[in-house]
Each structure stands twice: as C-alpha cells, then as structure tokens.
Design a protein around this ligand. Sequence first.
Ligand code: ACM
Ligand code: ZN
Length: 564
Amino acid sequence: MENCLYSLSGFNFYFKGNILLLFLLLCGISLQSQIIPNPEVMNMNSESFMFDSKVGLVYKNLSKADRGFLIPYLKKSIEKELGIIVDTGKKQPKNIILEINTKSAREQNDESYQLYIDRTKIHLRANSYEGLFYATQSFLQYFTFYNYSIPVKLPGLTVYDKPAVNWRGMMLDVSRHFYSVEAIKRVLDLIAYYKLNVFHWHLTDNEGWRIQIKKYPKLTTIGAWRNEIPGSIFYKKDSSYTKPLAIEPYPYGGFYTQQQIREVVEYARQRGVMVIPEIDLPGHSAAALTAYPEYSCEGYRHPAPNSTLWNGKVDTDKVNFNYCPGKESSFIFIEDILTEVMELFPSRYIHIGGDEVDKQYWQRCDECQQRMHSERLKDENELQSYFLKRVTSFLEKNNRTVIGWDDILEGGAPESAIIMSWRGEKGAINGAKQNHHVIMSPSNPFYFNRYQDDSAKEPLAASYSINTLQRVYEYNIWPEQLDENGKGLIKGGQFAVWTEFISSLEHLEYMLLPRLPAFSENLWSLDQRKNYNDFIKRLNQGHYDVWKRSGIRFHPKYYNKSVY
Ligand code: ACM
Ligand code: ZN
C-alpha cells in the first residue's frame, strides 16, 4: 500500500473522473470519515505521524496576507487541541506543510484540496487559498475527532476532495434582529468549519437599516432604530395579538460602521468565505424611507410606526415601503448608497433584493404613473423591471453582477441578473429557461427560521413548513423539470435565516445546528457519498461534542440517538 501511495505523489493532482478514484479505492483502505462534509476520497496508509519531536509548520507559495492568517491560525488550533507546540520558524525533520500549487492548469473556482499524512509530513495542498483553507478544516476535524492517546500519533491518510457545487451559502437577516460583529464572526467560524463559501448579509429591510452610509447619516441615526413592543415576537405563538402591553415600547436597533464591515469582510475572506451584501430594493425599504421619505411615493414621513412591523399591528397605509421610481432623485440616492457599498464589499456580486413589492403605492402615485407613460410600461410589474434594470446597469458599469430574489422575473429580470429561487423551484425553472444563472434557496426546506421539528415542541418559529434535518440533507438542488442545459445554470444553493422570531445568537445557533452541516454535505458531497444515517452517526462522533465544548447551542433531537 505504501508503494501505491508513493506512486501517487507524482500523479497529477488535478484528477478528473473516476479512474483515480477507482485506483485509490483499490490500493487504499477506505477510512470511515468523521469529517463533514464527507470527503470525496479518504484512505488510510500504514504509516503514522508521531508528534514525538519538534514539528515544523512551513509553507510554500502563500502570499504574505494569506500566511499571515493561516499559519498562526493552524498553529493555535493544533496547540489548543493536541497540547503540542509547533515551530513556525524553520523546517524540522518532521513538518506540517501548507502549499498552494503553482501549476497553470487550474480550473476556475478550483476549490479542490489534498491532505496527505505519512511518517514525516502532514501535507496540505490546494490550487487556491480557499482549497487550502478547506484542507485545514478537514485536518482540524480529523485530529479533533481522532481518539488519540499521548504521545499523539495520527494515522497516515490521503484525502482528495472537492465540492460538487461552487455556491454554498448562508443568508442572515440582521434587520429584524441585530447581531453584533462578534456574533457574526461566530457564525462565520461555523460556516467555514463546514466549508460553506458565501455569507449573504441581509443588511436592510423594513425593520432596520444596518450599514453606515456616510453620505446619508439618517439611514443609521433614524433608520437603524425602531420602537419595539416588549414581548411582541411571542404574540403569534397563541395567535391572540390581543395581549395588553405591560411596558412602554423602547428603542431597539444597531448598525455596523464601515470599519466594522471591512473587518467582517476580511475575517470571512481569511476563512474562504465571500460576503455579499443585500440592499433590498425597491420594496422592504421602510427603514430607509422613514429616514428619507422624500424618495418614497408619498414624499413625506408618516409618524414612525410605534411597533415592530411584522406583528400585524402596522397600518400599512402609514408606512412608506417602496422607493418611488417616478422620481429621478430616488435613483441618485440609491446609486450614492451603492457606491459606498461597493467600496466596502469587494465581491463580484451585489444582491438587490427585489422581493415582495406591494405595487399599490405605485398605482396611486402620479409620478410613477407618469414614468410608466413616458417609458411605455404596461403595468407596475414593468415599472419594477424598469427600476431594477436601471440599478443593475449602474452596478454593471462598476463591474458587479446583480443577484435578486425570484420576484425580479415579474415584468422581466435584468438580463445579467442571477435569480435566487425562494418560492419553491418556480423561479429557478423560469429563470433558467430564460438563461439566467440560478441559486437555489427554496423556503421549503432551506429557510432555517422554520420549524425543524413538531411545532408544539419548539420555540416559536416560522410555521409554513417543517424543514427537518433529513429534508435539508436530501433535498435535490437540481429541479427535475430542467434539462441538462438548465441544470447547468444552477450555481448552487443557500439556506436563509430570517430573524423575526430569532433575537439571540443562542437561538440562532439552535436553528442552525445540525441543519447547517446537513446542508453543507448535501451540496459538497456527491450523491453516492450521501447517506443520511451515516451522517447522523458522524455527527455523533465528535461534532455535537465540539459544539458543546465551545458553548454552541444546537437542536438535540439526534444527539446520541441510536439510529445506527
Ligand atoms: C423572501 O423570503 N422574502 C425572499
Ligand atoms: Zn411613485
């Protein structure tokens, strides 16, 4: 077997298809992996790496910025978990090597990596920084879950791994409830541990504007704060809505400064995660329009709603939800905001929302009606399309690609826009048929603010469906109604957490775990490697314990369950 593995070291790392896979299966002993998501190939060899002398931690081809993070990060993780000091100063007889390949044959978005352990080395290799980060996460899980004794001896192995899809995302709504930078970093740590690569940050909505925009300070002095009715989020559990208020409403809110946003974007980049901001337009904009009502159809400010907006207590006639596409000034305002947003977020993608626009406001507005007339738009859906196309064209001029919820197909989506399909698969199917790229985020089962178990046993959650662990694990992101060409336009998937009923990090974690790793394995691992019962078994072989040790809350249903 050793010879077999030795002969592989010269083998082209960019393996494709099944030949190498077959070869590895024949000459290696397949290892029961506790790693989530399950690696493509994981074989043991007959050697072991003993931490019995000084071990070096060295690198090849890493940029200064990358090694500045990755080397101390890995050193700290190893020392914390194994109680062993590693030497990052110079090469030793035994080494941990981090290497980015210099070969030119890289594919776009190449996230593959290799992890190889024998007697003298632990070798992490990849074609990209992201791949190398995934190698560190697999290694971290491997030694954390391996039941070693002292001195630490890790069995030799070879892992070849790559994701099945390149877009593996999480959306977090920080408008309905605000999460601190520290909380966001904890969430990023979790998604990075399970090799997700997109953090979609829903920064604006009716209930709060959360990003500092220097040109328009009222967005955060006014738009980031609302009058919260104490206990209002619990009204829905018994659907009474009638409880008297014991305490007066109080100001609730918060926002991220531009400095904090930059800090989060860099924190995520170091962990292989791209942060995509969402500025929700032209609806879901009550917070912005409370601060700057001149860009709404009404043009003046209604008294601030003395209520959170989701609890059914708001008179919708008294809130400005939509921008007015009849006014040129609305576009100037939005472009100014997006200019600052682009300075903060280096991502190629900007999400502009586009969901759930209540078009009655536009029907009643003279300026909107004039715009429809002058632009020959036949209805308000086309007015929405006009609005979104203008915003998209501005972003395109700045080399960005727009993402929108599937509602943007109404009236005609901007040609280059990526469709995020949330109302089932309809948006994905229609979008792909019109040649749009698509990201699958169907609310059933990918909205993690929905119940994960029988609602009677659970804290208050959105109730439209029960998005169980198994359904998240097994959901097929390629709609059957699409042909191969259509399926080829599916970039991947995202789960979403809307936070109307989730007001703490602790509750958020409870909604995320263990659905997050189930989602991750669904998208990372090929169908042949997916096995729900095996997944539960692996969760119980270390993952729950790690969360417990780190003080991370999780849903306990399958913890230590004898399902295997
Ligand atoms: C959405 O859930 N309104 C995208
Ligand atoms: Zn208008």
